[in-house]
Design a protein around this ligand. Structure first.
Ligand code: PEP
Ligand code: MN
Length: 274
């Protein structure tokens, strides 16, 4: 990589690595972390059944959007505060920490009252006021790579968060926009070893948004683990055909069970544990 002159705090010095702690879960340690759940929180039953299932298969965190950054203003925008309440109730019942997106600086306080991890979506990677605000929050942050962001720009965004005093940042590769149209995005797995060599921050991969296609999620999740990712985040829905967002890329329960089974030998091959 060329110049990384704009980075100070995210740069790795020696062999020290950041381990982000979310309850009992450690991101960036020996274990490969699996975050799973629906794209959007839709209902109590949808969220609870998904949470129970993914937990039974070994997931260690639950994802689900309450505030959804949708390309079209006419698409489902998420349940908002009602979604946050459902997430918190399901966490209390099932015992999985929750990862959920915060879209606006003024919502950071509210979302922090419910979330265990604050997600910054790809579309907001360079919302600098939002980065500063989560940098001042007392919660770990999952920072997605922007749709057209270079690795350096992505790390610069992490630098904003660290600069405000919040060192608990997990990077998330979710694919970038290229000329390819058979996939929703092009999942840039080369960013994983690059980030691991340049930075001390943990990095995970989202093959759901990275491909946009259910049948590609499992192979790319395996490839992500093989490339050294500290975890994966995948979308799972009890009935993807009826999902209010991202149905085509959402795994059915049986697909998720298969994914967990099939990544296990890859995780072991790279000397890690699930
Ligand atoms: C998401 O994970 O819910 C999401 C909206 O993804 P991205 O920001 O990567 O598009
Ligand atoms: Mn989604």
């Amino acid at each position: 990589m060329g110049h990384l002159d704009n980075l100070k705090l995210v740069i790795r010095r020696g062999c020290e690595r950041t381990v982000v702690r979310v309850g009992d879960v450690e991101v960036g340690g020996n274990r490969v972390v699996v975050i799973a759940g629906p794209c959007a929180v839709e209902s109590w039953n949808q969220l609870l059944s998904t949470a129970e299932f993914v937990k039974s298969q070994g997931a260690s965190m639950l994802r689900g959007g309450a505030f959804k950054p949708r390309t079209s203003p006419y698409s489902f925008q998420g349940l908002g505060v009602k979604g946050l309440r459902l997430l918190a109730k399901v966490r209390d019942k099932v015992g999985l920490p929750i990862v959920t997106e915060v879209m606006a600086p003024e919502d950071v306080k509210l979302v922090s009252e419910y979330a265990d991890v604050l997600q910054i979506g790809a579309r907001n990677m360079q919302n600098f006021k939002l980065l500063i605000e989560v940098g001042r929050a007392d919660k770990p942050v999952l920072l997605k790579r922007g749709l057209s962001a270079t690795v350096e720009e992505w790390l610069c965004s992490a630098e904003y968060i660290l600069k405000e005093g919040n060192g608990q940042v997990i990077l998330c590769e979710r694919g970038i926009r290229t000329f390819e149209r058979l996939t929703r995005n092009t999942l840039d797995l080369s960013s994983i070893p690059i980030v691991k060599s340049v930075s001390h921050l943990p990095v995970i991969v989202d093959p759901s948004h990275g491909t946009g296609r259910r049948e590609l999620v499992k192979p790319m999740a395996k490839a992500a683990v093989a490339a050294g990712a500290d975890g994966i985040m995948v979308e799972v829905h009890p009935n993807p055909d009826e999902a209010l967002s991202d149905g085509p890329q959402s795994l059915r329960f049986k697909d998720f069970a298969e994914l967990m089974r099939e990544i296990t030998p890859i995780v072991e091959a790279v000397g890690r544990r699930l």
